[in-house]
Design a protein around this ligand. Structure first.
Ligand SMILES: Nc1ncnc2c1ncn2[C@@H]1O[C@H](COP(=O)(O)OP(=O)(O)OP(=O)(O)O)[C@@H](O)[C@H]1O
Length: 252
């Protein structure tokens, strides 16, 4: 388990957010059908107030679709999503979602951040600190389309952090990045968690899950098959599907 969340001077310089009022999250009986197939099947989930929850599960388990439903981008067929008394559509602006393939404007790095700041009526002066925070301070004038994959992902994170989200959803933020880029992004994520942002992250990288997670949620068959503190989970998953997944086996 990582160290406790710090609300200290570092938090003030790196875009601290106050402890979220959006948690706890309570999900009951969530059902989602896409293309005639049941993706989420009476899924129940409870998330506590702080830290980093990592969603694990085989390809097609429904991790991305679950993030979209929690963030209010997809309407479920049935079930209840309760962000501490609010439905997803009411709280989308207090959350941010970063996709595996970041969606960036075909403008400069700086303009990408400015766009988000302006849309939220936040001071443009914050841009400098945000780009420094993600290690892109020297690339502000560069067109975003010329960034490497890791740099583009860090710009996407800067844009997400610019809104000071209470909840940050990250969908495979380091897929296909080299180890140095993975490290840099993990550092940014850890800082966000320390600063009080509630992080919900999808990954297939078991090492990353061990490094970042306070808690693991394992999805299988459209449901939460297992949920446990990360230490407990990695000491020995209790379900056969999670055991197979962690050990690299085929999950049926
Ligand atoms: N618009 C759609 N229409 C039909 N099926 C869809 C649609 N979007 C997603 N799906 C299906 O929903 C299932 C769950 O998709 P999802 O992307 O949530 O999986 P995942 O757990 O994130 O997988 P991966 O680990 O491969 O990213 C997949 O079988 C996918 O093909």
């Amino acid at each position: 388990m990582r160290e406790a969340i710090i609300h200290g001077p570092e938090a003030l310089t790196a875009g601290a957010v106050p402890a979220s009022n959006l948690l706890p999250l309570r999900v009951r009986g969530l059902c989602l059908t896409l293309g005639g197939r049941r993706i989420l099947n009476s899924l129940d989930l409870d998330l506590g107030p702080a830290g980093c929850t990592v969603l694990l599960g085989p390809n097609g388990a429904g991790k991305t679709q679950l993030l979209k439903v929690l963030h209010g981008l997809l309407e479920p067929d049935a079930g209840e999503v309760d962000w501490n008394g609010a439905v997803p559509g009411q709280v989308t602006s207090r959350q941010a979602l970063v996709f595996q393939k970041p969606v960036l404007l075909r403008r400069s790095v700086a303009a990408n951040v400015d766009f988000v700041l302006k849309s939220r009526n936040l001071p443009r002066a914050r841009r400098h600190a945000l780009l420094d925070h993600v290690g892109l301070g020297d690339k502000a004038r560069q067109p975003a389309r010329l960034l490497s994959g890791g740099e583009a992902q860090r710009l996407a994170l800067a844009r997400a952090l610019a809104t000071e989200p209470e909840v940050l959803f990250l969908d495979e933020p380091t897929a296909s990045l080299d180890p140095a880029s993975v490290n840099r992004i993990e550092e940014i994520v850890l800082k966000a968690v320390r600063n009080g942002t509630r992080v919900i992250l999808v990954t297939h990288d078991i090492g990353q899950a061990r490094r970042l997670a306070d808690e693991i949620v394992f999805l299988h068959g459209g449901r939460v098959a297992e949920q446990a503190a990360a230490d407990r989970f990695f000491a020995g998953p209790r379900t056969p599907a999670a055991r197979a997944h962690v050990s690299g086996g085929l999950v049926l």
